[in-house]
Design a protein around this ligand. Sequence first.
Ligand code: SIN
Length: 466
Amino acid sequence: MIIIGGGVAGLMAALAAAPHPVTLVNPTTLGPGAASWLSQGGIAAAVGDDDDVSLHIKDTLEAGAGLCNPDVVARIISAGPAVIDTLLAYGVTFDRTGSGARALGLEAAHSRRRILHGGGDRTGATIMKALIEKVQRCPSINIIKASAERIFVDDNGVSGIQIQRDGHRLSLKTDRVLLATGGIGGLFRDTTNPPSAVGQGLILAMEAGAEFKDLEFVQFHPTALAVKESSLPLVSEAVRGEGARLVDEAGNYFMNGKDLAPRDVVARHVFLHRANGHQTFLDISGFSERFSDRFPSISAACNNADIDLSSHLIPVKPAAHYHMGGVKVDEMGRTNIDGLFAAGEVACTGLHGANRLASNSLLEAVVCGQVSGRFMAAQGARRTGALQEITFPAKADATEVRDIMSDYCGVLRSGKALEIASGLLEALAINNPAAALSLKIVEAALERKDSVGSHMRVEFSMEKAA
Ligand code: SIN
């Protein structure tokens, strides 16, 4: 079997499939190139003494604004405590308090402290390092540094993939492929994702004929560091969980005590406050003396950007962060194409609904990567047809797409703006798959004539933005 993508979902799948032989295809050396590596806040699981899986399920359903699949929520959230044990067994170390208890963080819309973190705000890197080490030692996993360019599908399903390695194109035969390629933040001007995250997995799936679900639901994180680059360092929600408050240049607490409201609500407030001419900051004065110990990578990002933390103010703005929609999958990660699976951000399981609860994404990647890896490995072999000819795919170029998506399909949307985006993208889509994918997102946003969760159409129920 072939896994495309070396983030948390792909690595978990490869390990779960062992000893079944796996080829793991990733465009870079395993490590910081994956969005999982950047994850700060952590991984949510009901492991605290005052917590219960039923409370975590309730919080997930509420954040998802009525559009989560309750069965999927129950299944994935219930698996949380067990997969934390698996990660510990794999060598992941989560932070502990001075007394040795698990250090559990609080993030928006969680009714309990349940966010496990590692290395302070370096949770993604902490988990990834342990998984990479384990994958590299696993004899059944063969890692290939290459870009996946195409999934071959015939009447019976998947028959192989085309990759590009060191400038050469070649095809690999297989009857099963797992897409674990991450998200689409790079289709927007400001993103917390690596800029290369332009939906490569969705493009492969789209061209293979896979069905998509909920493409319109793009989560904007309210507090990315407001620097000039387009790939913005995140300022974790955990910072607000520790007591930071959103303020403007005059020191007004414009969230009126609701700094930890669901992420879509906070993102809209920050967006609207900035649209009204204000600057927006996180005020960390309540715990500034502990800040750099608890949040070392955010402190480093501030230092790199010449932000003086002794002012206790961190400039922030919303940025595209996570895609709730994606390739439609069932409980095993199966798509509508025989032999094609998806896990992690590229997939739409139904866990997140219209707005993902913070730190449920690493949980989903771990649980679903593991489930898909096991399931795929247990499948009997399927006869595959001959591989198709090597082709030279058009390059996914997000340069022009970013402005269109940000200006017309961002935090606030309208039918009129989406129609403009659709027209502009149609012209680009013919030979630019990033534009073709963006067009599908815009069409989904046009189709949903409602305001729900992260999808705010200004002509519908604007009061929900209050
Ligand atoms: C954060 O740390 O604020 C992000 C966590 C997440 O996206 O779940």
